[in-house]
Ligand binder design. Sequence first.
Ligand SMILES: Cc1cc2nc3c(=O)[nH]c(=O)nc-3n(C[C@H](O)[C@H](O)[C@H](O)COP(=O)(O)O)c2cc1C
Length: 354
Amino acid sequence: MNKFKIEHWVYKNILRPYLFAIDSEKIHDQMIRFGELTENAGWFLEAQYSYKSDRLKRSFLDVDFENPVGLAAGFDYDGHLAKTMKHLGFGFNTIGTVTAKPYGGNQKPRLLRLVKSRAILVNKGFKSEGATKVAKRLDAKNLQGHTVGISVGSSNIPEVNTIDKAINDYVFTFNVFKNKPYVKYFELNISCPNTAMTESFTTPQNFEKLVSAVSKLNLKQPIFVKMPNEIVSKEAESLVRIGLRYRINGYIFSNLVKDRGNKYFVKSEIEKMEGYKGNFSGKPCTENSNKLLAHVKTKFGNKVVLIGLGGIFNAKDAIQMFESGADLVQLITGMIFEGPQIAGEINYQLSIGK
Ligand SMILES: Cc1cc2nc3c(=O)[nH]c(=O)nc-3n(C[C@H](O)[C@H](O)[C@H](O)COP(=O)(O)O)c2cc1C
């Protein structure tokens, strides 16, 4: 029996029942604090959790990835775990979404587990300490050898209420991070369904305005556009076509699911969410993510680098994303449900070909 199987068993049968009995946001905050405390115990964490093999290494858009399994935006909003996630076996980790201005987040409760549906209701709405403070924290960490990215969104505050103001707001954050040597890639988040501006930049016209402004920044790092989940293939195709014109080659499928009629919800569980605002991660995201990945890869081939995301709980789910067209994958909910060994476990199985 390999170490991951034992760790997986211990997490699911001993730790998870305890953790899931406590309020999700409280546990999340405690995990962030504990995770940051362990950032200098890399050798110990790596021995426990990570799996290394040259067969797992990837390189896309001039960025080196130690393995193809990354942490998605939304777990480490303010960069506390920038150093820790590599030690847990992740090949890359995204911080944020970071916004120019600080925002305390939408009203609580804004994180609820749907255990049977293997999903989480999320309504954080770009909780962020703000770009300047996050950059200061990251400046103080030694991130050499880590593949860290910054997810950029526009501040979810009443003053940022027009397309032009939102674009300026995105640009501010890019400027804060663009010369930081530890930032290896950016995510351009156009698809948060939990903010006042919602998905304003998923229309071709606004998207073009945004990418045109971003392209003028002459960023050294590549950009991955974080796409919504509930768009049809043709809409995804037309956004990618626009992005390619501005030399944006990276795309992530996808963000959260809004449709409470999604067939992957267990009915009794989704009914209990009535009265709670928010949108959903996990299994309900998977089918559309795979569909969009497949369409975009078929249309654009090697012109695009795709990250598959949404409901990856094990190596089989990751392999399905790769087969659909993903070059890399990311996850959050899988780690919360299956345990901190998940990246190592998936990498081990990818490496031995299972
Ligand atoms: C608690 C939580 C917070 C999230 N916040 C963000 C965010 O700030 N920016 C973003 O681009 N995606 C955010 N997401 C979406 C995830 O990055 C991802 O697209 C989605 O959860 C599907 O992946 P998963 O099923 O592996 O969690 C969040 C997801 C979760 C669970």
